[in-house]
Design a protein around this ligand. Structure first.
Ligand SMILES: [Zn+2]
Length: 327
């Protein structure tokens, strides 16, 4: 008998972010029953992140309460070992997630990329239920995506398929945080928008107060969205650029995957619904076919957490294929 007074057939979902670790205890039908959070450790060895995750799990559930652990993590990932390898965003650049947790809890641990987890959550328990082709896009500090095609979760040879934020939308364009040229994320990631604003201000010779502040590096993305809403002409110029870039990126993803629905999450989208509406209006300009419904993601800020839980509830056959190949 588990702590919740029932046979322990729940699952654990884990969201490993660059700054936060979130753990949820879920019922088998995908309901979040309890949750815990901690900061992602910024220093330590290869098991430091997994140790904090283990403590959070133990704070929520006893071993007999759950049958599997699903993890959605920042990448890049080694799909076979469940190891994050050389992530640019977290303090500890390479760390293990699978081995220690499997040994500690004696259950299967499934590790996928964060947006890959999120699209599985939409497919099994969100806007993608009953559909075979679903895309999830996150517009946040960076831009990411996951895809279910013909009912299959796309994984990729190392677990890093559908890195849509690094689609090239302008091959003579801005340098992305990853070092590549003209990537979607360089024009639409929350971390990139201030750099984009600075470049526009300098290249086009803007000299209003907002542009001057942008040149001095004094405006962040939320501030640019706020000034855009107030009618500031320079902020409007920047948000127009972000809108076109995001519409081009979304249309490219739609052109490649032919989805029945696109779910959009991430803080830049969820906190700026007026911006998202502008983006959706601009997508047809860049899309080959009629664009499918582009809707808000089902689980808000918890998209990865729910998705990770669904990976544990109903492990994607394409992921299991990789684990079998290793064995
Ligand atoms: Zn890039």
């Amino acid at each position: 008998m588990g702590r919740w007074g029932t046979v322990g057939d729940g699952v654990i979902g884990v969201d490993v972010g660059a700054t936060r670790l979130r753990v949820g205890y879920f019922s088998r039908d995908g309901r979040l029953l309890s949750r815990a959070e901690a900061r992602t450790p910024s220093e330590g060895g290869r098991n430091s992140v997994a140790k904090v995750v283990a403590e959070l799990i133990e704070s929520l559930a006893a071993e007999e309460d759950f049958t599997a652990i699903g993890i959605g993590t920042i990448g890049p990932l080694d799909i076979y070992t469940g190891r994050v390898v050389g992530t640019p965003n977290a303090g500890i650049r390479s760390f293990d997630l699978k081995e220690l947790l499997e040994e500690r809890f004696g259950v299967s641990v499934y590790v996928v990329n964060d947006a890959t987890a999120a699209v599985w959550g939409e497919f099994k328990g969100g806007v993608g239920v009953g559909k075979l082709n679903v895309v999830y896009v996150t517009l946040s500090t960076g831009v990411g995506a996951g895809a279910v095609v013909d009912g299959n979760l796309l994984i990729g040879k190392s677990g890093n398929a559908v890195e849509a934020g690094h689609i090239v939308i302008n091959y003579r364009g801005a340098v992305c945080g990853c070092g590549g040229i003209g990537h979607w994320e360089a024009y639409a990631g929350g971390a990139s928008i201030p750099k984009l604003a600075r470049a526009i201000a300098l290249e086009e010779g803007w000299d209003n107060e907002t542009a001057k502040r942008a040149i001095r590096g004094e405006v962040d993305a939320p501030e640019i969205f706020r000034l855009w809403r107030l009618g500031d002409p320079f902020a409007s110029r920047v948000i127009n650029e972000v809108t076109e870039a995001t519409a081009a990126g979304l249309a490219s993803v739609i052109n490649v995957f032919d989805p029945e629905v696109v779910a959009v999450g991430g803080s830049v989208a969820l906190k700026n619904r007026d911006f998202l509406r502008k983006v959706v209006e601009a997508v047809p300009k860049y899309a080959l076919l009629d664009a499918p419904p582009i809707v808000e993601a089902s689980f808000g800020d918890d998209a990865v957490l729910y998705g990770a839980a669904w990976v544990a509830i109903d492990p994607p056959p394409t992921l299991l294929r990789y684990y079998l190949r290793k064995a």
